[in-house]
Design a protein. Structure first.
Length: 368
């Protein structure tokens, strides 16, 4: 028996083709016990390989740290199992052992996750520890950090909202016509069956796909829809950053007198502007472009829309410039109306950079 143990130590090592060793081949002919064990090795290797390929949820950092502490011990146990189990049984026994391991892993994972059914309107929070939940359609959720809310749920569609944090989702193949979406302040991620992670920071949204394909729809008109496949990632900047980029590119185009390009970008800017002040600024850029192209009447109409949108008390420099430009255009059409336009500039911007000009033009026009 000691010879058997010595030979098994040398020829049962993973990756070694023991069949080419004459010493081992001769021993197999004379030892039915070792021959039976050697024949059972492929079954055990296959069972262990299939077990390694089973889908599992990515554990939290704390769980990984605890698992790492026992990694060496587990590795030694696996070697012992590989060497000893084939001597007991082959075939069905090997499959039963692998099935037992799978059941143990599943039970342990279920106990640690303890998912609860997330109801419409309900929120979960994760600070020190990850929180698990499940949806009525079988979607499994692990929130590692932040806040997650089931914003809406119907028979065919469910929407989760992640204002900030990090969430991992395991979405089974949904019924035809059904969809799950995850919304952040920057984008909407739509899926029909996949495993993926969404991270929402203070400046952007990151999507990492483990399995399947997700569809990413960034907030803001003009932003292209992206398809992110397994093994790929995508980063979507905030809607504010997107609008600021549009604004700067529009100003650059206007400075270069590329009015057609500027007005196309302004249309996107108008569509992406969320608040009245941003809408008003986009309208002022369009008025500027129209005026530069000689379309004064259209420019006047746009400038008037600016001040219909602009909240009272808003005294940004761009707004004061727009007010002065409107007064100049109106004055060219009618000096009487020009007085009223300059007076409106003084009312809105009494201490602005154009206040002296407004007083002068209003006084001059009154005397004529």
């Amino acid at each position: 028996m000691s010879d058997c143990l010595s030979l098994r130590e040398r020829y049962f090592a993973p990756g070694l083709d023991a069949g080419d060793a004459p010493e081992w081949v001769e021993h197999l002919h004379s030892c039915p016990t070792c021959r039976l064990a050697y024949q059972g090795l492929p079954h055990m290797d296959r069972a262990l390989t299939e077990l390694a390929q089973l889908p599992v949820a990515v554990p939290s950092f704390d769980m990984i740290a605890k698992a790492a502490q026992s990694a060496a011990r587990n590795q030694r146990r696996r070697q012992v199992v590989r060497r000893s189990v084939p001597f007991l049984y082959t075939g069905l026994v090997t499959a039963a052992v692998a099935a037992g391991i799978v059941v143990a892993v599943w039970i342990g994972g279920t106990r640690s996750a303890s998912p609860k059914l997330l109801q419409p309107g309900a929120e979960i929070f994760a600070t020190a520890e990850a929180k698990s939940a499940i949806l009525s359609n079988g979607v499994r959720i692990r929130l590692d950090a932040g806040t997650l809310k089931l914003a809406s749920a119907s028979r065919d569609a469910q929407t989760l909202f992640l204002p900030s944090g990090r969430v991992f989702l395991d979405v089974p193949k949904l019924a035809p016509g059904s969809m799950l979406s995850v919304r952040t302040p920057d984008a909407e991620i739509r899926v029909h069956g996949t495993r993926f992670q969404v991270i929402r920071t203070g400046k952007d949204t990151q999507v990492n796909v483990v399995q399947g394909v997700v569809e990413v729809r960034p907030e803001g008109i003009g932003r292209p829809v992206q398809s992110v496949h397994a093994g790929e990632s995508a980063t979507i900047g905030s809607a504010e950053a997107y609008r600021e980029g549009l604004r700067h590119s529009t100003l650059d185009a206007l400075d270069r007198s590329e009015f057609a390009a500027a007005e196309k970008q302004i249309a996107d800017l108008l569509g992406s502007a969320a608040d009245p002040s941003s809408q008003a600024e986009a309208q002022s850029l369009l008025a500027w472009s129209l005026s530069a192209r000689g379309k004064h009447n259209e420019a006047i109409q746009r400038y008037r829309q600016v001040f219909a949108l602009l909240p009272e008390g808003k005294r940004a420099l761009w707004a004061e410039n727009a007010c002065a430009e409107l007064a100049i255009l109106v004055e060219q059409e009618s000096r009487k109306d020009g007085v009223a336009a300059w007076a409106e500039c003084l009312r809105r911007f009494p201490d602005g950079v154009h206040a002296a000009l407004a007083r002068s033009r209003a006084h001059t026009n009154k005397g004529m």
